[in-house]
Design a protein around this ligand. Structure first.
Ligand code: PLP
Length: 415
């Protein structure tokens, strides 16, 4: 993927796509909704809503427990999503896909099952300044319990990871590096393949937080060369409470269970319990079955649009919105990386982020304001909060125009 608009952008039929998303027809405060908060959670196409509905109406049964027809159908539908996820990120094997409640659980699984049993005083975990709390706090908890230390690779003012500093920080004491693929605040696309090559050369496993990348770019874990990849379903146009961890087979094989309970065992005796092979070893209890059926449908939907085409369309829209916002006096954009996804964080001189977002909401524009679960990044820029507009393939230039007009209007009210 490149940072430049793609020729195909013109053939992306956004009006037809918008018709697939029932919620986009809503009005808010008597204005047509402009939903610019997809990095927070994405809207769902009707096919996903219908798949969940149909599952409960026609199939509902628990997975892997029943031999009856419904149980078999439920298990097949649930397991089909594992296959789809494996294909979606080009994983070498479906057995390397652990189904989780989202990225947060996926990263915690690595923290508790991979890092906690291994790390000791003197070891280090390398993260970057631009991480979401989900890719910071689990490592801090590991550090507290093991005596390991968190190390932070810096970013530039434009919001790019300083790759040489990251590579320099990969010292022998680093036992794991954890990096976001795309920053949820800055939109920066990190050069994951390059980071993975450097980490691999030094024998350091690399975890990638793919929460923001999976909905926007083609993801190929083999080409990236990372060791763990976490993603979340609700940002991928699927239901909440779904997600996945991909990990190399040899890493998963040596990881003890994180949760104990049904579904993850081979045999339970009071004296000793043995565990199922990965990925089931990490999937204790009844999962969000209907949610995963919906996620499978969401993946089919995204693939039907084509991820290269999605990325190209969103890039053109990002450029269009960025150019328009830059015309507004006193508006500062946070994150101007050369490779950037469709997330724009900004502030307007003299206005508080929450006031801006509240006034924009009254204009029908849904944007997020706050620290975006990235306190250290806010600290880096010396601001408590930003406003974030995050665009998806169902957004349009017309919405961008109305968003910009709304900012111009509310800016006057705040001045
Ligand atoms: N990582 C990043 C970069 C995110 O943007 C988010 C969600 O905002 C998460 C992790 C956490 O995802 P979830 O809450 O779905 O587990």
């Amino acid at each position: 993927m490149t940072a430049r608009p793609h020729e195909d952008a013109a053939v992306f039929d956004v009006e037809r796509i918008r018709a697939d998303f029932p919620l986009l027809t809503r009005r808010v405060h008597d204005k047509p909704l402009i939903y610019f908060d997809s990095a927070n959670t994405a809207q769902k196409p009707a096919v996903v809503i219908e798949a969940v509905d149909r599952f409960y109406r026609e199939t509902n049964a628990n997975v892997s427990r029943a031999v009856h027809q419904l149980g078999e159908e439920a298990t097949a539908a649930y397991e089909a999503t594992r296959d789809k996820l494996a294909r979606f990120i080009n994983a070498p094997s479906r057995d390397e896909i652990v189904l989780t409640s989202g990225t947060t659980q996926a990263i915690n699984l690595v923290a508790y099952s991979y890092a906690l049993p291994r790390f000791k005083p003197g070891d280090e975990i390398l993260v970057t300044t631009m991480e979401h709390h989900a890719n910071i706090v689990p490592w801090q908890l590991v550090c507290e319990r093991t005596g390991a230390k968190l190390k932070v690779a810096p970013i530039s003012q434009s919001g790019e990871l300083i790759v040489e500093k990251f590579v320099d920080a990969l010292t022998p004491s680093v036992k794991l590096a954890a990096v976001t693929h795309i920053s949820n605040v800055l939109g920066t696309i990190n050069p994951v393949a390059e980071l993975a090559r450097a980490a691999r050369k030094r024998g350091i496993p690399l975890l990638v937080d793919g929460s923001q990348a999976a909905p926007h770019l083609p993801v190929d874990v083999r080409a990236l060369g990372c060791d763990f990849y976490a993603l979340t379903g609700h940002k991928l146009f699927g239901p909440t409470g779904t997600g996945a961890l991909w990990a190399r087979k040899e890493l998963l094989r040596d990881m003890p269970p994180f949760f104990g309970g049904g579904e993850m065992i081979r045999e339970v005796r009071f004296e000793k319990t043995t565990f199922a092979d990965p990925p089931h070893r990490f999937e204790a209890g009844t999962p969000n079955i209907a949610g995963f059926v919906g996620l499978g449908t969401a993946i089919d939907y995204v693939e039907s649009l084509g991820r290269e085409r999605i990325a190209a369309y969103e890039h053109a829209l990002l450029d269009y919105a960025t150019d328009a916002l830059k015309e507004i006096p006193g508006l500062r954009i946070f994150g101007e990386a050369a490779r950037k996804a469709s997330v724009i964080s900004f502030l307007i001189e003299g206005a508080h982020a929450h006031d801006l977002a509240t006034l924009l909401d009254h204009e029908g524009v849904a944007v997020r304001s706050g620290h975006h679960c990235a306190h250290p990044l806010m600290h880096f820029y010396g601001v408590p909060a930003t406003v974030r507009a995050s665009l998806a393939f169902y957004n349009t230039r017309d919405e961008v125009d109305r968003f910009v007009a709304a900012i111009v209007k509310v800016r006057k009210l705040l001045a």
